[in-house]
Unconditional design. Sequence first.
Length: 362
Amino acid sequence: MNYRHAFHAGNHADVLKHLVLARIFALLARKDAPLAYLDSHAGVGLYDLTGEQATRTGEWEQGIGRLWPLAEVPPPVADYLAFVRGLNPDGRLRFYPGSPELARRATRPQDRLHLNEKHPDDGRLLKANMADDDRVAVHLGEGWHVPRALMPTAEKRVVLLIDPPFEQADELSRCVDALKEALGRMRQTVGVIWYPIKAIRQLRRFHQALAGCGAPKLLQVELYVHPTDDPDRLNGSGLAIANPPWGLEDELRTVLPWLATQLAQSAGGWELNWLIEEQPAVETQPATVPKAGERSAAPASSRPGQPARTARGDKPAPASKASAGPDRVPKAGQRSGTPSAGSKRNGRANKPGASRGKPTRG
Ligand SMILES: C[S@@+](CC[C@H](N)C(=O)[O-])C[C@H]1O[C@@H](n2cnc3c(N)ncnc32)[C@H](O)[C@@H]1O
């Protein structure tokens, strides 16, 4: 366990993760019912960007450092920035909220937070940083055990963040296993997996595994700041979101192009894609035996080859250049859609409703 998040706090990947997390909490807050937030790999919770570790890499300067001085930002970004500004009331950017502090600020008195961190030093710091909030429980155990150990929760609604350091080769598949475990215990879990994007082709199997994880619906959100073909560099990051709250997709369609432009380094781009689209409930009709010569037709939405519906099932999937039935799956070596500069999408299926950003230059 060599990874220390303090070196990376506030970078472009944190901005994407924390912005989306903040929106998830905001959208879920439309209902009063309490929710539980589970953070399997929590880090220390709060970061000092003037500290030795953050200063050594300076990664935050290309992340939160770019958004901080902007006077005008899209409303969802303004809400996320308000949490960061709340930590820096004198107007100078110094403190940055990790996922625990962000969740603490974005949740309500009726909500509960379970934060888990395995590294003993980071765990101690996390405890100290969260000490004043009696809604928070800090656990110092194994992150992969969090769904099994803590779910189902007393609260009927749960947000689970799975954000490991990706030091081990098997962590992508462990993320999928942890999500499956969570969904098996609470099917409506809003499950968020963060993942790094280096060479995009390395993620093909991960995306396929996610598509088969059994979530009722699952959204893939990616943001690139470099071409996605250099395996030795963090070129971007992604979030796989099981059961995203209604409205999140539309917000992200507005915010991602803006964010890709703001955070692009050598080349920026984004992608939003339903890896699992919600199946509309099939209406049950009283069984009638078709008369001779009469056809029995399945409802249009459940016919094979029809695009499935989006989010709530009451709106058709948005028309998209990338919309394709199974016959449009690109062959190996063939690009699908308009990739961001330098990014490779070889052999990946374009699902209906997929959107991809044009390349933007940094
Ligand atoms: C990417 S950081 C978490 C960042 C945090 N979620 C945030 O957004 O602010 C990953 C954390 O996982 C911790 N960690 C590593 N292996 C772990 C394990 N097996 N179980 C729990 N935590 C682990 C590391 O010490 C590190 O603090």
